[in-house]
Write a protein that binds this ligand. Structure first.
Ligand code: NDP
Length: 295
């Protein structure tokens, strides 16, 4: 696709750090980019680089066959696109919503878009704003395959890898939240570890190489866990949950002796103890998935 074809025009609504990165990458790729943001002035640098700054979301949407929306959540997204003027400007065009929220909100927005004659794709961005436009960016997409293929060249201009996960509009958000679940509980663990180490006179710098070693243990555990979780086997040959619960207890004790809140670890240990109580003490820690799965 050349930059002069109408398909290479794209609108970006929302110019937070991520929206600005998306618009910047599209400009770098030579596309005709129109931008809009609720708070004026955030488009200054993009306009200086060649973007067209729109005065309203409806005029922004009308400038391109494809609109990329990226704001804080779906309440904000709804506030922008669900007004009558924007919805009618979007009719017959495509909206790619890269805003993060729940799968239910994505499906509900998909139904709204269908009812208004708007082509709709939902997506998730799995990497930080500085990766956009580089090979490190990771995008997940869901929605009608044909619509995705039609707009793939413009989406590819955002850089990185793009994976279409299927027609169910909620799939990108499902992956997003499951992956962020890993990320934020890991970050909560890291923050807690920093506090515990500091209380014992260990600096973050001293801990860092060994913390990275702990993180490096996770990829093979994730690979093995995928097989075990799908098979429901949870073999604890290497590290039974009784051993895991004992290790967690030491962390809780040492933390609380130092006056450090151990509630996150207490929650994890509580699940491990419940599973042991149900007779699964020889199983792997991931057996707690059973407890977390609604019957
Ligand atoms: P924010 O999540 O802080 O979103 C800021 C944007 O949301 C601004 O454009 C802001 O407009 C807009 N906004 C907030 N409330 C409203 C409202 N009520 N009506 C209209 N617009 C509103 O920053 P990011 O740009 O970083 O994130 C955007 C999305 O990208 C989020 O869903 C985030 O989870 C996702 N994401 C971000 C990553 C990152 O590295 N930043 C990484 C991966 C995903 P205004 O300027 O007027 O306040």
């Amino acid at each position: 696709m050349s930059a002069s074809t109408p398909q290479s025009a794209v609108t970006v609504l929302g110019l937070g750090p991520m929206g600005r990165a998306l618009a910047g990458a599209l400009l770098d790729a030579g596309l005709a980019v129109t931008v809009w943001n609720r708070t004026p002035g955030r488009d200054r640098e993009l306009v200086a680089r060649g973007a067209a700054g729109a005065s309203s979301p409806e005029s922004a949407v009308a400038a391109s066959p494809l609109t990329v929306l990226c704001v804080v959540d779906y309440d904000a997204a709804d506030a922008i696109v669900r007004g009558e003027a924007v919805a009618s400007a979007l009719k017959g065009r495509t909206l790619v919503n890269l805003t993060a929220d729940t799968p239910a909100r994505a499906r509900e927005t998909g139904a709204w878009a269908a009812a208004h004659g708007i082509g709709y794709l939902d997506g998730a961005i799995m990497t930080p704003a500085p990766t956009i436009g580089t090979p490190d960016a990771v995008f997940l997409h869901s929605g009608p395959e044909e619509l995705y293929r039609e707009h793939q060249p413009v989406l590819d201009a955002l850089g990185g890898t793009h994976t279409h996960l299927g027609a169910d509009i909620g799939r990108a958000a499902s992956y997003d939240l499951a992956l962020l679940d890993i990320f934020w509980t890991a970050m909560a663990g890291y923050a807690h570890a920093l506090a515990l180490a500091k209380a014992e006179g260990v600096t973050a710098r001293e801990l860092a190489p060994f913390a990275q070693g702990i993180a490096a243990i996770l990829p093979p555990l994730i690979e093995a866990g995928a097989q075990e979780a799908d098979a429901g086997s949870f073999s604890g040959d290497v590290n039974p949950i009784t051993s895991a619960a004992s290790s967690m207890k030491h962390i809780i004790q040492a933390s609380e002796e130092r006056g450090i809140d151990a509630s996150v670890m207490r929650a994890a240990e509580g699940l491990a103890r419940r599973v042991i109580g149900l007779g699964h003490g020889r199983d792997d820690f991931l057996r707690i998935t059973d407890l977390l799965t609604p019957r």
